[in-house]
Write a protein that binds this ligand. Structure first.
Ligand code: ADP
Length: 444
């Protein structure tokens, strides 16, 4: 087992990894930018190394500085968390070169799933259902319009290097194609430095349901059931839950088998997520595979009573998995609390937290790195806490969430708590009756 793990991340996920390391008797090294000096991950790690100024490209994305910090502290493994370098094939390869175990996918696995257009091809060959669309990248507007007419409008243009919902445009007719093409290309070029686009049939009113998988170094892969992430705003997740209210035993079996087939096709090692769209007739289609731990992993942990970070570390250390699949035995829901003003178009609201009181009690888990007196830097993602509530039924978990959020005190900044409280009162949400379109008509 590893003796010391460096966590190449910040915020709640850095703290989350530190907690598991402590329980496993593994020493931890935090890295931080000068903007994060006062963050809890710095305080709770055994050692901490400053890796640069606030801008992410100079600190949390600064590979030489992070590798130096690992060498300096004698860390034998690096956990990348999510975002930043977690799906960076070059970083995974450099870690390997330096004899530091990257707790995540290999460069080869990241590459094969990172390019979304070719990932779809790989999945198709493995027999995983995919959304009909262009095979590979589109070359120009004319070819795009021809394919759109073949598969039938509406279609969605997507960035092959995409992430975080950027570089996507829905197109309903020929006349709108060129404009959508130009803006999707411009947005993905600016965001990812790669403006390659591919096309899919736009699935109307789908659910976003994803399957958690874990693979070991010996070719065994299991699934750990699903998460429903259909409550999204601009393709970004706001609320996640497990099990999906739309799931049936038969569908879980089919989707679980498909996810395992896909992961096996790339000899997947570590924890990963296979994302699907599910239509109203319960047809499901592969969208992408994330080769990292995800923000919403706690809902899975709570419904199957399983520490996913511990499993990542064990698998990276070469310990084989049993190979058995997991079924949910509880219901869990997660609300992402962002420093944003939901009454003002979710505009970021960084600043100093003047008063902070975290909810607690039976069935409540709060993953956060902030505290009273903490100043939220404007440089990073606006998520400041995740509230996860679990109970034996969905109805009870929702009641616990309402109670927990009503206890949550965060003063000095705006947060998305009032939005979540309103969502929890919505009869359709309450009934489990929603798709990815829900937020388009939900009035906050
Ligand atoms: P990203 O990696 O940027 O998050 P995804 O491919 O995971 O992009 O898609 C994000 C969201 O966009 C999905 O959860 C879904 O709501 C919507 N979406 C993507 N592809 C389609 C499609 N073919 N039809 C309908 N909605 C889609």
């Amino acid at each position: 087992m590893f003796k010391k793990i460096l966590i190449a991340n910040r915020g709640e996920i850095a703290l989350r990894v530190i907690r598991t390391c402590k329980e496993m008797g593994i020493k931890t090294v935090a890295v931080y930018s000068t903007a994060d000096r006062d963050s809890l991950h710095v305080r709770f790690a055994d050692e901490a190394v400053c890796i640069g100024p606030p801008a992410s490209r100079d600190s949390y994305l600064n590979i030489p500085n992070i590798i130096s910090a690992a060498e300096l502290t004698n860390a034998d493994a690096i956990h990348p968390g999510y975002g930043f370098l977690s799906e960076n094939a070059k970083f995974s390869a450099i870690c390997a070169e330096y004899g530091i175990k990257f707790i995540g996918a290999t460069a080869e696995q990241i590459n094969s799933m990172g390019d979304k257009a070719s990932a779809k091809d790989t999945m198709k060959k493995a027999g995983v259902p995919i959304v009909p669309g262009s095979e590979g990248l589109l070359t120009d507007v004319k070819q795009g319009i021809t394919i759109a007419n073949k598969i039938g409008y509406p279609v969605i243009l997507k960035a092959t290097a995409g992430g975080g919902g950027r570089g996507m445009r829905i197109v309903w007719k020929d006349e709108d194609f060129e404009h959508a093409w130009d803006s999707a290309k411009a947005e993905s070029g600016a965001a990812f430095g790669n403006d390659g686009l591919y096309m899919e049939k736009y699935v109307q009113d789908p659910r976003h349901i994803e399957i958690q998988v874990v693979g070991d170094q010996y070719g065994k892969v299991c699934h750990l059931s699903e998460r429903d992430c259909s409550i999204q705003r601009r393709h970004q997740k706001l609320v996640e839950e497990a099990p999906s209210p739309f799931m049936t035993e038969k569908l879980r079996k089919k989707m679980g088998e498909a996810a395992i087939k896909g992961a096996k096709a790339v000899k997947y090692e570590g924890a990963g997520t296979v994302e699907f769209l599910v239509d109203k007739d319960r047809n499901f289609y592969f969208m992408e595979m994330n080769t990292r731990i995800q923000v919403e992993h706690p809902v899975t942990e709570e419904v199957i009573n399983f520490d996913l970070i511990k499993e990542q570390i064990k698998v990276a250390a070469g310990i084989p998995i049993s190979g058995k699949n997991y079924e949910p035995t509880m219901c869990a829901i997660e609300c992402r609390i962002n420093a944003e003003d939901p009454a003002n178009n979710f505009r970021p609201s960084p600043g100093k937290i003047t008063n902070f009181h975290s909810p607690g009690g039976h069935g409540v888990r709060v993953d956060t790195h902030v505290y009273s007196g903490y100043s939220i830097p404007p440089n990073y993602d606006s998520m400041i806490a995740k509230v996860i509530c679990m109970a034996q039924t969905r109805e009870e978990a929702l009641a616990t969430m309402e109670r927990a959020l009503s206890e949550f005190v965060i003063e000095g900044i705006k947060t998305t708590i009032p939005f979540h409280l309103k969502l929890l009162k919505d009869p359709n949400f309450r009934a489990g009756n929603f798709t990815t379109k829900f937020m388009e008509t939900f009035e906050y």
